[in-house]
Design a protein. Structure first.
Lengths: 65, 257
């Protein structure tokens, strides 16, 4: 299934969010997620099904002022 | 002493973590400043890269409290979603709320700011709103649950100092019990000292330290200026006057003409 991850197209075997994050290499990382513009808490990622064309944002700590 | 959502600061400086020449210089500048609060942000992370993880490990090693921001957000929805993501990643209810309204000045969209501050305060966040010196907006922010106000000194990254001293002084007088932080626009330690002399509770800065030729020395200079300004504010400064008043006693002066 093709979805957008941080603005780039990815073709994933995973069909739900928690699995997709593992497939994308985020398993050990401290990240926050938003799907189609809405925050998805880490505790609910396993219940979130993905659909083709979804837009996933994966954010991590970064320098800021 | 006015507290920041129950937290008392020994060093009245909140220091940004962006734009330093290297992570090592960032860490050294943070230590030299004595800042107990570091501002941080969230950005896209590549699964293969993981640079954000290294940054987060560095910040945690410094033992400072973090104040995540919503920098770059232009809408209420963006800012609120970013705040939720920050709360989860950084494990804090603190959020430096920025809703940017104009690109050239990066001045806040104060209407969106109040709206977002209400949503977040109602949801348990402890909001540090990046605002202007407008007293009416400040009042609205307090009405919706903010317990700290952070007016700008000048546009973000400009280094111009305190553009509206009168407005900041009025804000201090108008809200005597509210913790006030000058956030953004400072360029020199003297600007920070001036903010503290006006009775502000802290200053928040980033670029002035990070983009100095020697960030570590500049961090130390800001720390000393902030201490000086704070001590001066509590030492009951003299009232300025228009005409000269001799400081050396006139009585007993020799007649030599």
């Amino acid at each position: 299934m093709k979805i957008s991850v941080n603005g780039e197209s990815h073709d994933l075997a995973a069909t739900q969010l928690a699995e997709a994050l593992i497939e994308l290499g985020y398993a050990q990382m401290t990240v926050a997620t938003a799907l189609n513009g809405n925050f998805v808490a880490a505790s609910t990622r396993a219940q979130i099904e993905l659909n083709p064309g979804d837009q996933l944002e994966v954010l991590a700590p970064m320098q800021g002022g | 002493m006015r507290k920041f959502y129950g937290v008392e600061l020994n060093k009245r400086l909140m220091l940004g973590t962006a734009q330093y020449p290297s992570p090592a210089i960032l860490a050294e500048a943070m230590r030299a400043s004595g800042a107990e609060i570091a501002t941080v942000s969230l950005r896209r992370e590549s699964g293969a890269d993981g640079s954000g993880q290294d940054f987060w490990a560095l910040i945690r090693s410094l033992g400072v409290r973090v104040l995540p921001n919503t920098a770059g957000c232009h809408t209420v929805k963006e800012a609120v979603t970013t705040a939720h993501m920050a709360r989860e990643v950084f494990s804090t209810n603190w959020i430096k709320l920025e809703v940017i309204g104009e690109e050239d000045t990066l001045q806040p969209d104060v209407f969106g700011l109040v709206e977002a501050a209400k949503i977040l305060s109602d949801d348990g966040f402890e909001v540090f709103p990046y605002t202007t010196e407008d007293l009416v907006v400040a009042g609205r922010l307090l009405d919706v649950g903010c317990e700290v106000l952070m007016p700008w000194g000048a546009p973000i990254g400009s280094g111009l100092g305190l553009n509206n001293v009168w407005g900041l002084r009025a804000m201090r007088a108008h809200f005597p019990d509210i913790p006030l932080v000058v956030d953004a626009g400072l360029g020199l330690p003297s600007h920070a000292a001036q903010a503290m002399e006006l009775g502000f509770d802290a200053v928040l800065l980033n670029t002035a330290v990070a983009k100095a030729g020697d960030p570590v020395s500049m961090a130390r200079a800001f720390a000393q200026a902030i201490d000086a300004g704070f001590i001066a504010a509590n030492a009951d400064p003299m009232e300025p006057r228009d005409m000269a008043a001799p400081s050396t006693p006139v009585m007993g002066k020799a007649f030599l003409t």
